[in-house]
Write a protein that binds this ligand. Structure first.
Ligand code: NAD
Length: 379
């Protein structure tokens, strides 16, 4: 199965980036949106990004022109997908909208065309089963911004054919990204299953131990190998994304997250993070601004509950045969920027200490905290 022509549905944050990286690797790309003005904006962003690469001498002007020349924009869906080998869908994360898009798409696309959804949290199998081709449907989860982030999670649905998985992995490698296969279509896939619950757990830690966000974030950065604090990362990601992901994960599995009300509260107050000037932290303008974190602040916080939380979710992925430790560490490194493997950090804190901590939390706050059998067996 070979891919030459790609259609990207949705030209927003993710769609335009996916179109760009695909065109940069030689694919013919059609970018489709519901209004030409969105497409014009997306092309402007792609041109801006390519100009930056030219000015840094990463590519030549002639290469940049050729890349732009490989992308066409279309509003008409039938026109957009008529030659597509692969359709990558990056429309907003709303199940009803995605279903509507796939119903239309299924009618106009060739029967051989593969559909790949860039959804972060919606169930691949469920969306696939609304189409006539669940065996030719797959999850392809790029990270933001696709131009820079190396990781792409590949998520086969229950019926996805093996040759479609292989084709998707080959495509991901061809655009110079690192594929990690999430072998089961589990809520949050790999990276969001590790990240989103930890945001809530950090809120609980702050409340239960009366710590400051700076103390917790410093400990996360200096004791857990994160590139920044967890509250900082949440503000960078956006409370809209985190709140929506929380709801989607909660609907499908109550064991993933122990939701803290602060996330929903910030979302309702439109304190979405960096982009609105306030989230967990306040920012003086919309430029990317870092919080002051240091080792002295880190010394005030023992983040064992956070280590326990991320380890428990990593272990759950292994126990439930969605992934293995090596692939989880690769995803955490490339998707969350972790400088230290999760299982190494856990060993530094002591697996027995973590199991004891989780059992203690389970006695106080319920079965959400029960340690996964894998970590119990690792003591
Ligand atoms: P976005 O809102 O920036 O862009 C969505 C685009 O889709 C808009 O331009 C919109 O006009 C267009 N659209 C709406 N209906 C359409 C239709 N019927 N056909 C074609 N286009 C249509 O959204 P985004 O942040 O790029 O997210 C897109 C998908 O990628 C979502 O599923 C999201 O969960 C996922 N995702 C987002 C991020 C992120 O950080 N933003 C990261 C990974 C995955």
């Amino acid at each position: 199965m070979s891919v030459k022509n790609i259609t990207v549905l949705g030209s927003g944050v993710m769609g335009h980036g996916i179109a760009q990286v695909s065109a940069m690797s030689g694919y013919n790309v059609v970018l489709r949106d519901i209004d030409q003005q969105f497409l014009d904006k997306a092309m402007e962003k792609i041109r801006w990004s390519l100009e930056k690469l030219v000015s840094k001498e990463k590519i030549t002007k002639a290469e940049s022109d050729a890349i732009i020349g490989r992308i066409t924009t279309k509003v008409d869906l039938g026109e957009a997908v008529k030659s597509a080998d692969l359709v990558i869908e990056a429309v907003p994360e709303i199940m009803d909208l995605k279903m509507k898009v796939y119903a239309e798409l299924d009618k106009v696309a060739n029967s051989s065309t593969v559909f790949a959804s860039n959804t972060s949290t919606l169930p691949i199998t469920e969306i696939a089963n609304t189409t006539s081709r669940p065996e030719r449907f797959i999850g392809i989860h790029f990270f933001n911004p696709p131009q820079l982030m190396k990781l792409v999670e590949v998520i086969p649905g229950q019926k996805t054919a093996q040759d479609v998985v292989q084709m998707t992995v080959d495509y991901v490698k061809s655009v110079k990204k690192e594929p990690v296969i999430c072998k089961k279509d589990v809520p949050g896939f790999i990276v969001n299953r590790l990240f989103i619950p930890m945001v809530h757990e950090a809120c609980w830690l702050k409340q239960r131990q009366n710590l400051t966000m700076e103390q917790i974030d410093s400990a996360v950065k200096f004791k857990m190998g994160f590139p920044m604090g967890i509250f900082e990362l949440a503000d960078f990601t956006g409370m809209d994304v985190i709140h929506k992901a929380t709801i989607e994960l909660q609907i499908r599995d109550k064991k993933v997250i122990f939701p803290h009300p602060d996330v929903e509260k910030l979302f309702n107050e439109k304190k979405l993070g960096q982009k609105t000037g306030e989230g967990f932290y306040k920012y003086s303008d919309d430029k990317y601004e870092r919080v002051q974190l240091d080792e002295n602040l880190a010394s005030k916080c023992n983040p064992i509950d956070l280590v326990a939380n991320i380890l428990n979710n990593a272990a759950w992925l292994v126990t439930n045969k969605a992934s293995d430790i090596a692939e989880i560490e690769k995803a955490a490194n490339l998707g969350l920027g972790l400088k230290k493997p999760i299982f190494d950090t856990a060993r530094e804190f002591g697996i027995k200490n973590i199991v004891d901590e989780l059992n203690g939390l389970a006695r106080k706050y319920g079965q959400f905290y029960e340690p996964d059998p894998l970590i119990v067996s690792m003591q």
